[in-house]
Write a protein that binds this ligand. Structure first.
Ligand code: FAD
Ligand code: EPU
Length: 338
Protein backbone atom coordinates (compact mmCIF):
# COMPACT_ATOMS: atom_id res chain seq x y z
CA UNK A 1 0.00 0.00 0.00
CA UNK A 2 1.44 3.33 -1.10
CA UNK A 3 0.90 6.55 0.84
CA UNK A 4 1.27 9.62 -1.35
CA UNK A 5 1.87 13.18 -0.14
CA UNK A 6 0.22 16.48 -1.13
CA UNK A 7 -2.28 15.02 -3.55
CA UNK A 8 -4.95 17.16 -5.25
CA UNK A 9 -8.47 15.92 -4.50
CA UNK A 10 -9.90 17.55 -7.65
CA UNK A 11 -10.52 14.20 -9.43
CA UNK A 12 -12.04 12.77 -6.25
CA UNK A 13 -14.93 15.16 -5.51
CA UNK A 14 -17.92 15.94 -7.70
CA UNK A 15 -17.70 19.70 -7.00
CA UNK A 16 -14.24 19.42 -8.66
CA UNK A 17 -12.59 21.47 -5.91
CA UNK A 18 -8.83 21.64 -6.20
CA UNK A 19 -7.85 21.12 -2.56
CA UNK A 20 -4.83 19.22 -1.29
CA UNK A 21 -4.62 16.44 1.23
CA UNK A 22 -1.45 15.96 3.28
CA UNK A 23 -1.58 12.18 2.75
CA UNK A 24 -3.56 9.85 0.47
CA UNK A 25 -3.84 6.05 0.48
CA UNK A 26 -6.03 3.65 -1.47
CA UNK A 27 -7.55 0.91 0.66
CA UNK A 28 -7.64 -2.23 -1.53
CA UNK A 29 -8.30 -4.75 1.24
CA UNK A 30 -8.83 -5.03 4.98
CA UNK A 31 -5.10 -5.57 5.62
CA UNK A 32 -4.37 -2.14 4.11
CA UNK A 33 -6.85 -0.59 6.51
CA UNK A 34 -5.40 -2.38 9.55
CA UNK A 35 -1.89 -1.23 8.51
CA UNK A 36 -3.02 2.40 8.54
CA UNK A 37 -4.72 1.98 11.91
CA UNK A 38 -1.71 0.34 13.54
CA UNK A 39 0.87 2.77 12.09
CA UNK A 40 2.02 4.89 15.06
CA UNK A 41 2.81 7.83 12.76
CA UNK A 42 -0.79 7.92 11.53
CA UNK A 43 -2.62 7.11 14.75
CA UNK A 44 -3.23 10.70 15.88
CA UNK A 45 -3.88 12.43 12.54
CA UNK A 46 -7.39 13.05 11.14
CA UNK A 47 -8.70 10.40 8.75
CA UNK A 48 -11.25 10.95 6.00
CA UNK A 49 -12.90 7.98 4.31
CA UNK A 50 -13.51 8.89 0.69
CA UNK A 51 -15.98 7.09 -1.54
CA UNK A 52 -17.05 8.80 -4.76
CA UNK A 53 -16.79 12.27 -3.21
CA UNK A 54 -20.36 13.01 -4.34
CA UNK A 55 -21.62 14.31 -1.01
CA UNK A 56 -18.66 16.38 0.16
CA UNK A 57 -17.80 20.08 0.09
CA UNK A 58 -14.15 20.85 0.83
CA UNK A 59 -13.75 24.41 2.12
CA UNK A 60 -10.02 23.96 2.72
CA UNK A 61 -7.04 21.68 2.23
CA UNK A 62 -7.32 18.49 4.30
CA UNK A 63 -4.68 18.13 6.99
CA UNK A 64 -4.69 14.42 7.59
CA UNK A 65 -4.90 11.21 5.57
CA UNK A 66 -7.58 10.50 2.98
CA UNK A 67 -8.42 6.80 2.71
CA UNK A 68 -9.87 6.15 -0.75
CA UNK A 69 -12.17 3.16 -0.57
CA UNK A 70 -11.49 0.41 -3.14
CA UNK A 71 -12.99 -2.54 -1.25
CA UNK A 72 -14.71 -4.59 -3.97
CA UNK A 73 -16.81 -7.72 -4.40
CA UNK A 74 -20.53 -8.48 -4.65
CA UNK A 75 -21.86 -11.87 -3.57
CA UNK A 76 -25.04 -13.67 -2.65
CA UNK A 77 -24.56 -14.95 0.92
CA UNK A 78 -27.90 -16.65 1.56
CA UNK A 79 -31.46 -16.93 0.34
CA UNK A 80 -34.86 -18.28 1.27
CA UNK A 81 -38.14 -18.61 -0.64
CA UNK A 82 -38.81 -14.88 -0.58
CA UNK A 83 -35.52 -13.08 -0.13
CA UNK A 84 -31.95 -13.00 -1.25
CA UNK A 85 -29.16 -11.52 0.88
CA UNK A 86 -26.51 -9.68 -1.14
CA UNK A 87 -23.28 -8.59 0.46
CA UNK A 88 -21.20 -5.90 -1.19
CA UNK A 89 -17.74 -4.52 -0.57
CA UNK A 90 -18.20 -0.90 0.46
CA UNK A 91 -16.05 0.47 -2.39
CA UNK A 92 -18.35 -0.87 -5.12
CA UNK A 93 -20.22 1.83 -7.02
CA UNK A 94 -23.79 1.98 -5.72
CA UNK A 95 -25.23 1.94 -9.22
CA UNK A 96 -23.22 -1.19 -10.14
CA UNK A 97 -24.91 -2.95 -7.23
CA UNK A 98 -28.31 -1.71 -8.45
CA UNK A 99 -27.56 -3.03 -11.95
CA UNK A 100 -26.38 -6.39 -10.57
CA UNK A 101 -29.71 -6.71 -8.72
CA UNK A 102 -31.73 -5.78 -11.78
CA UNK A 103 -29.83 -8.30 -13.95
CA UNK A 104 -30.69 -11.01 -11.43
CA UNK A 105 -34.26 -9.82 -10.87
CA UNK A 106 -33.66 -9.06 -7.17
CA UNK A 107 -36.10 -6.29 -6.29
CA UNK A 108 -35.93 -3.42 -3.84
CA UNK A 109 -33.35 -0.87 -4.96
CA UNK A 110 -34.45 -0.16 -8.55
CA UNK A 111 -35.99 3.20 -7.48
CA UNK A 112 -32.52 4.23 -6.26
CA UNK A 113 -30.91 3.73 -9.68
CA UNK A 114 -28.18 6.17 -10.70
CA UNK A 115 -27.47 7.62 -7.25
CA UNK A 116 -23.75 8.45 -7.47
CA UNK A 117 -21.17 7.22 -4.98
CA UNK A 118 -20.23 4.01 -3.22
CA UNK A 119 -22.13 1.30 -1.38
CA UNK A 120 -20.25 2.15 1.84
CA UNK A 121 -21.51 5.73 1.86
CA UNK A 122 -25.13 4.68 1.33
CA UNK A 123 -25.80 4.00 5.03
CA UNK A 124 -24.11 7.25 6.13
CA UNK A 125 -27.09 9.33 5.06
CA UNK A 126 -29.54 6.48 4.42
CA UNK A 127 -29.69 7.35 0.72
CA UNK A 128 -33.10 7.60 -0.84
CA UNK A 129 -34.91 8.44 -4.04
CA UNK A 130 -38.27 8.09 -5.72
CA UNK A 131 -40.15 6.77 -2.70
CA UNK A 132 -37.55 4.28 -1.35
CA UNK A 133 -34.80 4.60 1.26
CA UNK A 134 -31.85 2.31 1.95
CA UNK A 135 -33.22 1.35 5.37
CA UNK A 136 -36.10 -0.54 3.68
CA UNK A 137 -33.70 -3.15 2.26
CA UNK A 138 -30.89 -2.88 4.78
CA UNK A 139 -29.90 -6.07 6.63
CA UNK A 140 -26.54 -5.30 8.31
CA UNK A 141 -23.11 -3.80 7.83
CA UNK A 142 -19.59 -4.42 9.02
CA UNK A 143 -17.41 -1.51 10.04
CA UNK A 144 -13.87 -1.14 11.35
CA UNK A 145 -13.15 1.24 14.21
CA UNK A 146 -10.55 3.73 12.98
CA UNK A 147 -8.72 3.93 16.33
CA UNK A 148 -8.83 0.36 17.64
CA UNK A 149 -9.20 -1.68 14.43
CA UNK A 150 -12.10 -3.55 16.05
CA UNK A 151 -14.63 -4.99 13.58
CA UNK A 152 -18.23 -4.30 14.57
CA UNK A 153 -21.52 -5.52 13.14
CA UNK A 154 -24.38 -3.00 12.91
CA UNK A 155 -27.93 -4.23 12.46
CA UNK A 156 -30.86 -2.10 11.30
CA UNK A 157 -31.77 -0.69 14.74
CA UNK A 158 -28.11 0.09 15.55
CA UNK A 159 -27.82 2.42 12.55
CA UNK A 160 -30.63 4.76 13.71
CA UNK A 161 -31.59 5.59 10.16
CA UNK A 162 -33.69 8.69 9.58
CA UNK A 163 -34.35 10.95 6.62
CA UNK A 164 -30.83 11.52 5.16
CA UNK A 165 -29.47 10.58 8.57
CA UNK A 166 -27.86 7.79 10.61
CA UNK A 167 -25.72 7.21 13.68
CA UNK A 168 -22.68 7.59 11.38
CA UNK A 169 -23.53 11.26 10.79
CA UNK A 170 -23.99 11.86 14.51
CA UNK A 171 -22.53 10.02 17.57
CA UNK A 172 -20.24 7.87 15.41
CA UNK A 173 -19.21 10.54 12.91
CA UNK A 174 -15.74 9.72 11.48
CA UNK A 175 -15.31 6.85 13.99
CA UNK A 176 -15.70 3.86 11.65
CA UNK A 177 -15.00 2.80 8.10
CA UNK A 178 -17.90 0.79 6.73
CA UNK A 179 -16.35 -2.17 4.90
CA UNK A 180 -19.27 -4.43 3.91
CA UNK A 181 -23.00 -3.87 3.49
CA UNK A 182 -25.64 -6.59 3.25
CA UNK A 183 -29.04 -5.93 1.69
CA UNK A 184 -32.16 -8.09 1.73
CA UNK A 185 -33.74 -8.03 -1.73
CA UNK A 186 -37.02 -9.60 -2.76
CA UNK A 187 -37.55 -12.44 -5.20
CA UNK A 188 -41.17 -11.32 -5.61
CA UNK A 189 -41.05 -7.71 -6.72
CA UNK A 190 -43.56 -5.28 -5.22
CA UNK A 191 -43.24 -2.35 -7.56
CA UNK A 192 -43.22 1.11 -6.02
CA UNK A 193 -44.49 3.76 -8.41
CA UNK A 194 -45.94 6.00 -5.71
CA UNK A 195 -43.68 8.88 -6.77
CA UNK A 196 -45.97 10.36 -9.42
CA UNK A 197 -43.31 11.13 -11.98
CA UNK A 198 -42.50 7.40 -12.36
CA UNK A 199 -45.99 6.51 -13.63
CA UNK A 200 -45.90 9.47 -16.02
CA UNK A 201 -42.49 8.42 -17.34
CA UNK A 202 -43.54 4.75 -17.71
CA UNK A 203 -46.49 5.90 -19.82
CA UNK A 204 -44.24 8.14 -21.92
CA UNK A 205 -41.94 5.14 -22.45
CA UNK A 206 -44.93 3.10 -23.62
CA UNK A 207 -44.43 0.47 -20.90
CA UNK A 208 -47.43 -1.82 -20.44
CA UNK A 209 -45.72 -4.67 -18.58
CA UNK A 210 -44.13 -3.02 -15.53
CA UNK A 211 -41.06 -4.63 -13.98
CA UNK A 212 -37.99 -3.54 -12.01
CA UNK A 213 -35.94 -2.94 -15.16
CA UNK A 214 -38.60 -0.60 -16.57
CA UNK A 215 -38.81 1.27 -13.26
CA UNK A 216 -35.04 1.65 -13.16
CA UNK A 217 -35.06 3.02 -16.69
CA UNK A 218 -37.89 5.45 -15.84
CA UNK A 219 -36.02 6.70 -12.76
CA UNK A 220 -32.82 7.15 -14.82
CA UNK A 221 -34.73 9.15 -17.44
CA UNK A 222 -36.27 11.44 -14.82
CA UNK A 223 -32.95 11.96 -13.06
CA UNK A 224 -31.08 12.69 -16.29
CA UNK A 225 -33.73 15.24 -17.28
CA UNK A 226 -33.32 17.42 -14.21
CA UNK A 227 -30.18 16.68 -12.22
CA UNK A 228 -26.96 18.21 -13.56
CA UNK A 229 -24.30 15.65 -14.52
CA UNK A 230 -21.30 16.20 -12.21
CA UNK A 231 -18.93 15.32 -15.08
CA UNK A 232 -20.18 18.44 -16.85
CA UNK A 233 -21.01 20.77 -13.98
CA UNK A 234 -19.73 20.35 -10.43
CA UNK A 235 -22.38 19.55 -7.82
CA UNK A 236 -23.20 17.18 -4.96
CA UNK A 237 -26.91 16.59 -5.60
CA UNK A 238 -29.39 18.23 -3.20
CA UNK A 239 -27.40 20.64 -1.09
CA UNK A 240 -30.07 20.95 1.61
CA UNK A 241 -32.54 18.49 3.12
CA UNK A 242 -36.24 19.09 2.60
CA UNK A 243 -37.25 20.77 5.88
CA UNK A 244 -39.91 19.26 8.11
CA UNK A 245 -42.35 21.63 9.82
CA UNK A 246 -45.39 21.27 12.07
CA UNK A 247 -48.83 21.15 10.47
CA UNK A 248 -49.60 24.53 12.13
CA UNK A 249 -46.56 26.13 10.51
CA UNK A 250 -47.51 24.55 7.18
CA UNK A 251 -51.10 25.87 7.39
CA UNK A 252 -49.92 29.38 8.16
CA UNK A 253 -47.42 29.32 5.27
CA UNK A 254 -50.08 27.92 2.93
CA UNK A 255 -52.28 30.98 3.62
CA UNK A 256 -49.52 33.31 2.39
CA UNK A 257 -48.19 30.96 -0.32
CA UNK A 258 -51.04 28.81 -1.67
CA UNK A 259 -48.75 27.15 -4.26
CA UNK A 260 -46.34 25.83 -1.59
CA UNK A 261 -45.29 22.21 -2.33
CA UNK A 262 -45.22 19.79 0.62
CA UNK A 263 -46.18 16.29 1.64
CA UNK A 264 -47.13 14.60 4.88
CA UNK A 265 -44.51 12.61 6.80
CA UNK A 266 -44.75 10.58 10.00
CA UNK A 267 -46.85 11.98 12.80
CA UNK A 268 -48.29 15.38 12.18
CA UNK A 269 -45.36 16.83 10.28
CA UNK A 270 -45.13 18.21 6.77
CA UNK A 271 -42.03 18.02 4.58
CA UNK A 272 -41.62 21.14 2.45
CA UNK A 273 -39.97 21.02 -0.98
CA UNK A 274 -36.76 22.98 -0.39
CA UNK A 275 -36.41 23.40 -4.16
CA UNK A 276 -39.71 25.29 -4.19
CA UNK A 277 -38.65 27.55 -1.29
CA UNK A 278 -35.32 28.36 -2.97
CA UNK A 279 -36.96 28.93 -6.35
CA UNK A 280 -39.47 31.31 -4.76
CA UNK A 281 -36.66 33.36 -3.27
CA UNK A 282 -35.48 33.93 -6.84
CA UNK A 283 -32.30 31.82 -6.73
CA UNK A 284 -33.15 29.19 -9.33
CA UNK A 285 -30.80 29.46 -12.33
CA UNK A 286 -29.22 32.66 -10.98
CA UNK A 287 -25.43 32.68 -11.32
CA UNK A 288 -23.44 34.63 -8.71
CA UNK A 289 -19.74 34.69 -9.60
CA UNK A 290 -18.76 31.07 -10.09
CA UNK A 291 -21.71 29.50 -8.29
CA UNK A 292 -25.49 29.24 -8.25
CA UNK A 293 -28.56 27.08 -7.71
CA UNK A 294 -29.19 24.96 -10.82
CA UNK A 295 -31.64 26.09 -13.51
CA UNK A 296 -33.57 22.80 -13.56
CA UNK A 297 -33.39 21.95 -9.83
CA UNK A 298 -33.05 24.82 -7.37
CA UNK A 299 -31.95 22.49 -4.56
CA UNK A 300 -28.70 21.69 -6.35
CA UNK A 301 -25.79 24.05 -5.70
CA UNK A 302 -23.41 24.12 -8.67
CA UNK A 303 -19.83 25.12 -9.45
CA UNK A 304 -19.77 26.81 -12.85
CA UNK A 305 -16.09 25.99 -13.18
CA UNK A 306 -13.74 28.00 -11.03
CA UNK A 307 -15.44 28.20 -7.64
CA UNK A 308 -13.66 27.62 -4.35
CA UNK A 309 -15.25 25.66 -1.54
CA UNK A 310 -15.56 28.88 0.47
CA UNK A 311 -17.47 30.55 -2.36
CA UNK A 312 -19.89 27.61 -2.61
CA UNK A 313 -20.35 27.52 1.15
CA UNK A 314 -20.93 31.28 1.36
CA UNK A 315 -23.59 31.05 -1.36
CA UNK A 316 -25.31 28.18 0.43
CA UNK A 317 -25.38 30.28 3.62
CA UNK A 318 -26.89 33.25 1.74
CA UNK A 319 -29.64 31.07 0.26
CA UNK A 320 -30.28 29.39 3.62
CA UNK A 321 -30.63 32.77 5.34
CA UNK A 322 -32.87 34.18 2.63
CA UNK A 323 -35.25 31.19 2.93
CA UNK A 324 -35.29 31.66 6.71
CA UNK A 325 -36.12 35.37 6.33
CA UNK A 326 -38.85 34.87 3.73
CA UNK A 327 -40.55 31.73 5.04
CA UNK A 328 -39.30 31.37 8.63
CA UNK A 329 -38.02 27.88 7.74
CA UNK A 330 -34.59 26.44 8.58
CA UNK A 331 -32.99 24.33 5.85
CA UNK A 332 -30.31 21.96 7.10
CA UNK A 333 -27.35 21.19 4.83
CA UNK A 334 -27.34 17.64 3.50
CA UNK A 335 -23.82 17.74 2.07
CA UNK A 336 -20.88 17.01 4.41
CA UNK A 337 -18.83 20.18 4.74
CA UNK A 338 -15.14 19.54 5.45
P1 FAD B 1 -18.54 10.55 -0.25
O1 FAD B 1 -19.00 11.85 -0.79
O2 FAD B 1 -17.21 10.08 -0.65
O3 FAD B 1 -18.63 10.59 1.34
C1 FAD B 1 -19.78 11.10 2.00
C2 FAD B 1 -19.59 10.96 3.52
O4 FAD B 1 -19.61 9.59 3.88
C3 FAD B 1 -18.24 11.49 4.02
O5 FAD B 1 -18.44 12.02 5.30
C4 FAD B 1 -17.37 10.24 4.07
O6 FAD B 1 -16.30 10.34 4.98
C5 FAD B 1 -18.38 9.20 4.50
N1 FAD B 1 -18.06 7.85 4.00
C6 FAD B 1 -18.02 7.47 2.69
N2 FAD B 1 -17.77 6.16 2.60
C7 FAD B 1 -17.64 5.70 3.87
C8 FAD B 1 -17.36 4.42 4.44
N3 FAD B 1 -17.15 3.34 3.68
N4 FAD B 1 -17.30 4.31 5.79
C9 FAD B 1 -17.50 5.39 6.58
N5 FAD B 1 -17.75 6.62 6.10
C10 FAD B 1 -17.83 6.78 4.76
N6 FAD B 1 -28.19 11.09 -2.41
C11 FAD B 1 -29.38 10.52 -2.13
O7 FAD B 1 -29.61 10.05 -1.01
N7 FAD B 1 -30.36 10.45 -3.08
C12 FAD B 1 -30.20 10.93 -4.33
O8 FAD B 1 -31.11 10.85 -5.14
C13 FAD B 1 -28.94 11.54 -4.64
N8 FAD B 1 -28.74 12.06 -5.87
C14 FAD B 1 -27.55 12.64 -6.16
C15 FAD B 1 -27.35 13.17 -7.44
C16 FAD B 1 -26.15 13.76 -7.79
C17 FAD B 1 -25.95 14.32 -9.18
C18 FAD B 1 -25.09 13.83 -6.83
C19 FAD B 1 -23.77 14.42 -7.20
C20 FAD B 1 -25.28 13.32 -5.55
C21 FAD B 1 -26.51 12.73 -5.20
N9 FAD B 1 -26.75 12.21 -3.92
C22 FAD B 1 -27.95 11.60 -3.63
C23 FAD B 1 -25.73 12.32 -2.87
C24 FAD B 1 -24.66 11.20 -2.90
O9 FAD B 1 -24.68 10.54 -4.13
C25 FAD B 1 -24.87 10.20 -1.77
O10 FAD B 1 -24.80 10.83 -0.53
C26 FAD B 1 -23.84 9.07 -1.82
O11 FAD B 1 -24.19 8.07 -0.89
C27 FAD B 1 -22.43 9.56 -1.51
O12 FAD B 1 -21.53 8.50 -1.79
P2 FAD B 1 -19.98 8.77 -1.95
O13 FAD B 1 -19.32 7.44 -2.05
O14 FAD B 1 -19.72 9.70 -3.06
O15 FAD B 1 -19.64 9.43 -0.55
N1 EPU C 1 -39.43 21.98 -6.85
C1 EPU C 1 -39.58 23.27 -7.26
N2 EPU C 1 -38.50 23.90 -7.83
C2 EPU C 1 -37.32 23.28 -8.01
C3 EPU C 1 -37.17 21.94 -7.58
C4 EPU C 1 -38.25 21.31 -7.00
O1 EPU C 1 -40.64 23.86 -7.12
O2 EPU C 1 -36.40 23.92 -8.55
C5 EPU C 1 -40.60 21.29 -6.26
C6 EPU C 1 -41.48 20.66 -7.34
O3 EPU C 1 -42.82 20.84 -7.00
C7 EPU C 1 -41.17 19.19 -7.25
C8 EPU C 1 -40.81 19.01 -5.77
O4 EPU C 1 -40.17 20.25 -5.41
O5 EPU C 1 -42.26 18.40 -7.60
C9 EPU C 1 -39.89 17.86 -5.49
O6 EPU C 1 -38.77 17.94 -6.37
P1 EPU C 1 -37.96 16.61 -6.80
O7 EPU C 1 -38.91 15.54 -7.20
O8 EPU C 1 -36.92 17.02 -7.78
O9 EPU C 1 -37.30 16.14 -5.46
P2 EPU C 1 -36.56 16.90 -4.28
O10 EPU C 1 -37.44 16.89 -3.08
O11 EPU C 1 -36.07 18.23 -4.74
C10 EPU C 1 -35.53 14.74 -3.30
C11 EPU C 1 -34.19 14.28 -2.84
C12 EPU C 1 -33.35 13.84 -4.03
C13 EPU C 1 -34.05 12.70 -4.73
C14 EPU C 1 -35.42 13.19 -5.19
C15 EPU C 1 -36.25 12.08 -5.78
C16 EPU C 1 -33.73 15.44 -0.78
C17 EPU C 1 -32.94 16.49 -0.09
N3 EPU C 1 -33.53 15.33 -2.09
O12 EPU C 1 -35.32 15.93 -4.06
O13 EPU C 1 -32.10 13.37 -3.52
O14 EPU C 1 -33.31 12.26 -5.85
O15 EPU C 1 -36.16 13.72 -4.05
O16 EPU C 1 -36.65 11.22 -4.78
O17 EPU C 1 -34.49 14.73 -0.14
C18 EPU C 1 -29.93 14.08 -2.90
O18 EPU C 1 -30.21 13.72 -1.75
O19 EPU C 1 -28.79 14.52 -3.21
C19 EPU C 1 -30.94 13.98 -3.95
C20 EPU C 1 -30.75 14.37 -5.21
Amino acid sequence: METRKKISLKPFNTFHLDVLTDLFSEIQNLEDLQKVISDPELSSIPKLILGGGSNLLFTNDFHGIVLKNNLKGIQKIKEDDDSVFIQSGSGEAWNDLVMYCIENNYAGIENMSLIPGTVGAAPIQNIGAYGVELKEVFEELEAVHLKTGEVKLFRLADCRFGYRDSIFKNELKNEFMIVKVTLRLSKHPVLNTSYGAIETELKAMGVTDKNIRAISKAVCNIRLSKLPNPDQIGNAGSFFKNPEVSSEKYESLKKDFPELVAHKTQGDKMKLAAGWLIEHCGWKGKQVGNVGMHKSQALVLVNYGHATGDELFAHAKTVQLNVKEKFGVEMEMEVNVI
